[in-house]
Design a protein around this ligand. Structure first.
Ligand SMILES: [Mg+2]
Length: 224
């Protein structure tokens, strides 16, 4: 079997939308600035944590210099939220990751806007962390295409081989995921409810699945 690299987004892809990040940020901005509503009406989809933190700081009229303080408190609140809410992983996605993890020729990686620690915290309840060999995180770049490039580079370094672009996929729920995959010349896999997928098709997704992804169909269609 020719090696295959499968890269996965986290929020809205591996994990169902649960409002974890939004609640943690509301607590953070309540604690630091007495502004729990700072993110009301702001979309988080497909964005990096630090990009979102910066927008919140602008809303409350504070400088970007305070971003590290925001991140530190956000991670404390996120850890507590995760402990309270438990597992928000999409069961079919957990099955898919376990299935791919058991295939010797498949390398699994994360590409996410989450800072690394947030990614680890969010995936912990589902036990998914152990399946991912490499990744690129929102603390490294705002640009998702650059994150995909970095994750590919790390996987190639780890395995000591290069992956043909036709043997790499990026799986995500946002327009930025599809565009980042297309930008890198790899297979773009969109995840979304039926009414959300038209946009992903328009952007050039090669495959589309509902969040309760059919595991065996995914394996046949995407890995070939
Ligand atoms: Mg996402």
């Amino acid at each position: 079997m020719q090696p295959f690299l499968a890269l996965f987004d986290i929020d809205g892809t591996l994990l169902r939308p649960s409002g974890l990040g939004r609640r943690s940020l509301a607590h953070t901005f309540s604690e630091l600035y007495a502004r729990p509503e700072a993110f009301d009406g702001i979309s988080f989809t497909g964005r990096t944590d630090r990009d979102i933190f910066r927008e919140g700081l602008a809303v409350v009229g504070r400088s970007d210099d305070e971003i590290h303080q925001v991140e530190e408190r956000y991670l404390v609140h996120l850890e507590r939220e995760v402990q309270q809410r438990g597992d928000s992983a999409e069961p079919a996605m957990v099955q898919l990751i376990r299935r791919l993890s058991g295939m010797a020729h498949v390398t699994l990686g994360l590409v996410t806007g989450n800072v690394r620690r947030a990614a680890t915290l969010k995936l912990a309840p589902s036990g998914l962390n152990e399946h991912f060999h490499c990744g690129a995180f929102g603390c490294e770049s705002h640009d998702r295409a650059e994150l995909v490039r970095r994750a590919i580079g790390r996987a190639e370094q780890l395995r000591g081989q290069s992956f043909p672009r036709s043997r790499i996929c990026h799986v995500g729920d946002a327009a930025s995921d599809i565009l980042a995959a297309r930008d890198n010349g790899i297979i773009a896999v969109g995840i979304g409810a039926a009414d959300a997928t038209a946009e992903l098709v328009r952007l050039g997704a090669h495959h589309l699945y509902a969040p309760d992804v059919p595991v065996e169909r995914f394996v046949v269609e995407v890995l070939g």
